[in-house]
Design a binder for this molecule. Structure first.
Ligand SMILES: [Zn+2]
Length: 329
């Protein structure tokens, strides 16, 4: 992210983060012009300026003013004003025919998923993982068209259907695997769902080694973390992380709350466990840098092709977050 400074706060910013591309720009016009055409540019001014307010609201040229508490404020403001964020999609099961899917119908068919991948290719999206996002740097995440495909629970079909398609199109995904049980016990118990097997150790190792799939934590047994006390929640999160890390021989970066359920204390537990990101379902502002432990996702199961195209637009997560907040009021 390039930050155009139009007054004398350069030294302060430089101290905050040296990796940033900070440009001292005395001319407001050049700053405005560049920020209008370039992705990931923002203007910084020590004092509020009416002219910049005007450009921000009418031409979506983002700017920040006042004292800077944290450098992350720039990313937040950029995402908010431009109405953009990396789309983060959520899948579950993959089936050959709809009849094979579970009762809750959290699935896409092989055919549908292949079309999704073709559309992403056509629109020039780069699929990345959370580990890659961390490496790229949150401040560089708007420089290219990135998207993250996530898959919850780690069903066997992730190996037989999802994995071959990812190889075919050379695209990536993140699977949040339940490591402590062999089948979907949590849905069998509550909804009388049929039994579906989860991935085993050798499959997850092979998938990781392909370089196309990153694994993340999703607890040992898929409980609602809202209903557990902190001691049980800690066990579910930490033991699961240890299990997967032992199998894969590497540290995990991201975690997904089962059902998207969590308390405020759950977020702390996840952070303490050493995760860098945690994804939810229908909570979170739709801006990653606002809360790394409440990253909103878009559910793709039961989505028509038209809806899919709508859901991968960079402004969709924030649109949903706003709609959801309004409804709750
Ligand atoms: Zn789940």
């Amino acid at each position: 992210m390039k930050i155009f400074v139009i007054d004398k706060k350069y030294e302060e910013l430089k101290k905050k983060n040296l990796q940033r591309n900070i440009i001292i720009e005395t001319g407001i016009l050049r700053a405005l012009f560049t920020c209008f055409f370039c992705r990931g540019c923002i203007i910084y001014s020590a004092k509020e300026k009416k002219i910049l307010n005007f450009f921000q609201s009418f031409f979506r040229i983002p700017y920040l003013y006042g004292s800077i508490q944290s450098i992350v404020q720039f990313e937040n403001q950029y995402a908010k004003v431009k109405h953009v964020e990396i789309p983060i999609l959520m899948y579950h099961q993959f089936v050959l025919k709809p009849e094979e899917g579970g009762k809750i119908k959290l699935f896409v068919t092989k055919r549908q998923f292949e079309i999704h991948l073709k559309i992403l290719k056509l629109l020039n999206y780069n699929t990345i993982t959370f580990e890659e996002l961390k490496q790229i740097g949150l401040h560089n995440r708007f420089n290219k068209k990135y998207i993250i495909l996530t898959v919850d629970d780690g069903y066997k079909d992730n190996y037989t259907i999802l994995f071959p398609l990812l190889k075919k199109y050379k695209m990536k995904a993140v699977i949040f695997w339940v490591s402590g049980i062999k089948t979907n016990k949590w849905t069998i118990k509550s909804d009388g769902e049929k039994e579906i097997h989860l991935l085993d150790d050798s499959q997850i190792l092979e998938m990781q080694n392909s370089g196309l799939i990153e694994f993340g934590g999703h607890t040992l047994t898929h409980p609602s973390l809202k209903k557990l006390d902190d001691i049980d929640a800690t066990r579910e999160i930490i033991e699961d992380k240890k299990n997967i890390e032992r199998t894969l021989g590497k540290t995990l970066t991201a975690f997904a709350y089962p059902y998207g359920h969590r308390k405020e204390s759950t977020k702390k537990i996840v952070e303490k466990a050493g995760y860098f990101f945690a994804v939810s379902t229908d909570t979170g502002s739709g801006i990653i840098t606002e809360d790394y432990y409440d990253i909103r996702r878009t559910a793709i199961d039961k989505t028509s092709l038209f809806d899919f195209i709508r859901k991968i637009s960079p402004g969709y997560l924030q649109y949903k977050a706003k709609k959801y907040r309004n409804r709750r009021r």
